[in-house]
Design a protein around this ligand. Structure first.
Ligand code: CTP
Length: 405
């Protein structure tokens, strides 16, 4: 495995969504990855070889006979840190599931020992066909990550499940798979259900104004993807986040703390893990105005506030499911560890991820550092890293605490 620039192999199968793989290749190269593109013969009918060569900065091969002296299928498979097949057509999924080796891509898939991510795209009927579903199960059983296709407009006038997820989504999910592979890569949440909350809630003052906070949702979204690549079924309750829905994750959108509490109450009894990464507004106006508050000559009335429900403390006090692992967060600006310990006890969770916020730390940034306090007295320091790496490390601590399923 390369340490400097991870080698990413992008397999492109022959579907109209091949054009979206151009943006995917670009995202990988621009974030410092070394990319090789392996299109199938039919992919080249949609996007030509010069495009892939120019975007990746490397010559492109489609069959094992080109540059045969270099045995490209073995070299690519052995050296790749990550293989992403996007779009993965019904035909390519079938060939991969049955171990066929009739072109460079399928040969490479058989030699690859790194994580393999498939992003399927096809017409709804083809996706839902029992043959395709059986192929997807076979690939998943062997440890591949097959992202659920998005639902929406397909090539013609039809619409339904079968759309290629947006390149940015495939990219982030693939990166999460790479992060987890570098740390061992077990599918240790397979068969588990994980509920993640993310973003910041808003308490309306009137139809156009609200009390809110600066949470972007990035850390929660990173948890949703990190759990997904470990094999979990993930429900993400997202409060006002501008981020796109993570591919393959069931997303419930909410606005207020009460709506967040309702969504958590609805799902919490059915899940093995709850990650409360959202930043709920702690207070809301006692009586929000139903009409826009007008600017008058006199000073405005002082705001009267009420407390919103503490969702995490509620979960900690009445565990909806025995053996469930509950993770909370503490955003603190001062006396970080001391306040964290007090919060862990007050909220009754199993793990509390304590991070320092303010002054460019924590909110609206790509990186995070934290100390994870355990109800068992443990204290794990997580050095500054991407939010994806932080999520994966915290999930290591979660899986250690899960009862055998
Ligand atoms: N939390 C919650 N419900 C609330 C407020 C917070 O479930 N109404 C959860 C958050 O999702 C987080 C944890 O509690 O996991 C701690 O959030 P934080 O904002 O740090 O603490 P607060 O309880 O709001 O306390 P304070 O703001 O006074 O530090």
């Amino acid at each position: 495995m390369s340490t400097e620039r991870p080698l990413v192999l992008v397999g492109v199968a022959g579907g109209i969504a091949a054009y979206k793989a151009c943006a995917l290749v670009r995202l990988f190269t621009e974030s410092g990855h070394d990319v090789r593109v392996v299109p199938t013969e039919s992919a080249l009918r949609f996007v030509g070889e010069p495009t892939w060569a120019a975007l990746s900065g490397h010559p492109v091969a489609t069959d094992v006979w080109q540059d045969a002296h270099e045995v490209p299928h073995v070299r690519f498979g052995r050296e790749a840190d990550l293989v992403v097949v996007a779009p993965a057509t019904a035909n390519t999924l079938a060939r991969a599931a049955h171990g066929l080796a009739d072109d460079l891509l399928t040969n490479t898939l058989l030699t690859a020992r790194c994580p393999v991510v498939y992003a399927p795209a096809m017409h709804t009927e083809m996706w839902l066909h029992a043959a395709t579903q059986a192929n997807v199960r076979a690939l998943r059983d062997r440890g591949a990550l097959v992202i659920e296709p998005a639902t929406g407009r397909l090539t013609g006038a039809d619409s339904g499940p079968g759309r290629l997820p947006e390149p940015d989504e495939i990219f982030h999910t693939a990166l999460a798979a790479l992060v987890h592979a570098r740390a061992g890569g077990a599918a240790d949440l397979r068969g588990r259900k994980v509920l993640v909350t993310a973003g910041g809630t808003r308490e309306p003052l009137d139809p156009v104004r609200f009390l809110g906070n600066r949470s972007s949702g990035r850390q929660g979204y990173a948890f949703a993807r990190a759990a997904l690549v470990r094999g979990a079924d993930v429900v993400l309750v997202a409060a006002n986040s501008a981020l796109g829905d993570p591919a393959g994750v069931d997303v419930v959108r909410v606005e207020t703390t009460e709506q967040l509490a309702d969504a958590v109450a609805q799902h919490a009894a059915g899940v093995d893990v709850v990650v409360m990464a959202a930043a709920p507004a702690d207070f809301g106006p006692v009586t929000p105005s139903t009409t826009k508050i007008k600017k008058t000559a006199a000073d405005p009335e002082p705001l009267r506030l009420r407390k919103t429900p503490d969702i995490l403390a509620g979960l900690g006090a009445r565990r909806p499911r025995p053996g469930q692992v509950v993770v909370g967060f503490a955003a603190e600006t001062d006396d970080v560890l001391e306040r964290g310990r007090a919060k862990l006890a007050a909220k009754g969770c199993d793990l509390l991820v304590v991070n320092e916020v303010g002054d460019g730390k924590g909110f609206e940034v790509e990186h995070n550092q934290a100390v994870v306090l355990g109800a068992d007295g443990s204290e794990t320091r997580l050095p500054e890293s991407s939010k994806g790496i932080l999520a994966d490390r915290v999930l290591d601590l979660v899986t250690e605490r899960l009862r055998p399923g």
